[in-house]
Design a protein. Structure first.
Lengths: 177, 130
């Protein structure tokens, strides 16, 4: 049966590892290391990749890859982007400048976004409502990126599944175009 | 705060280890001790190796090698060896209680692989005890 590679990217702490764990059928592969970056209050960080799998109702398999978030690991972004059908950019709305964070990944995955499908999902909006989705939409438009935008709680399996449905719909639309 | 950073003593010990490697190993081009999440702790370079990039790559490669060993059930990974046309890279994890480090040694093609493996393992063990 066909298999499709999907990337999850975004800043450290945006929820990439959590999102994959929420939907993966088997315990995901993780490559976490103890965090020594004092600018981020987080015990561990992904330094290689996360990997999980999800089988769709039609029998097709999604291979879910999580990238390290920090720019110093952008060599992994290039490696993991090879052969990917789509990318989910997770944004943490509790960070000081989420729109600037988004720009890093729009630039880092520019080619993949242009050639494949992309969805931007914003987390922690319930407690941090600004920027709001309209601001995100305007920002994406200013960057000439046209892709779905939604709020998300990556701990909720149903929401991550919906996110993947939206991404796959993007792929169908592109294929038909 | 959840983060752990290398102490000044560890920085000193790491620099001492790097300096010793640079003296001991034939045709060595660069030696680096980095944190497992990709930050330089101590380094010495004789070629144009980008230490910041190598620090990040060492973290990724050590982690991927460790998970490969786990997933294939062949046990704890000892090191990663890259053999290239112009030399070698050996990466060894130094597993400490406070935080793990990665020792990376880059050599030219005149290096003796056995010597490289021996000293890299010895140096990693010294970093674990420092």
């Amino acid at each position: 049966m066909p298999e499709h590679k999907i990337l999850f990217t975004g800043t450290m702490g945006a929820g990439k590892t959590t999102a994959i764990a929420a939907v993966s059928e088997s315990p995901p592969v993780r490559t976490e290391a103890r965090n020594t970056d004092t600018e981020v209050d987080k015990a561990t960080t992904t330094v290689g990749l996360d990997y999980g799998e999800l089988t769709l109702d039609n029998g097709e398999t999604l291979r879910l890859y999580g990238t390290p978030g920090q720019k110093r690991f952008d060599f992994m972004w290039k490696i993991l982007a090879r052969g990917a059908l789509g990318v989910v950019i997770l944004v943490d709305n509790s960070r000081p400048d989420p729109l600037a964070d988004l720009d890093v990944y729009l630039a880092g995955f520019k080619r993949l976004i242009a050639e494949a499908a992309c969805v931007v999902a914003v987390g922690r909006m319930d407690q941090h409502p600004h920027p709001d989705l309209e601001q995100y939409a305007a920002h994406l438009q200013s960057r000439n990126v046209l892709c779905p935008l939604l709020p998300i709680d990556v701990r909720e399996r149903a929401q991550v599944t919906q996110l993947l449905d939206v991404l796959l719909l993007q792929l169908e639309i592109k294929a038909e175009a | 705060m959840h983060t752990v950073t290398p102490s000044p003593q560890l920085h000193l010990a790491a620099q001492g280890a790097v300096d010793l490697v640079m003296r001991q190993i034939k045709d060595v081009k660069a030696c680096l001790v980095s944190t497992e999440d990709g930050f330089e702790v101590a380094a010495s370079v004789r070629n144009d190796t980008d230490i910041a990039r190598l620090s990040a790559m060492a973290g990724s490669m050590a982690a991927l090698a460790a998970i490969a060993g786990e997933e294939t059930r062949i046990g704890q990974t000892h090191n990663v060896v890259v053999q290239a046309g112009g030399g070698h890279i050996v990466m060894v994890q130094a597993r400490r209680k406070d935080l793990s480090l990665v020792l990376s040694i880059v050599t030219g093609h005149d290096a003796v692989i056995g010597q490289l493996l021996y000293f890299s393992r010895q140096t990693a063990r010294a970093l674990e005890l420092a």
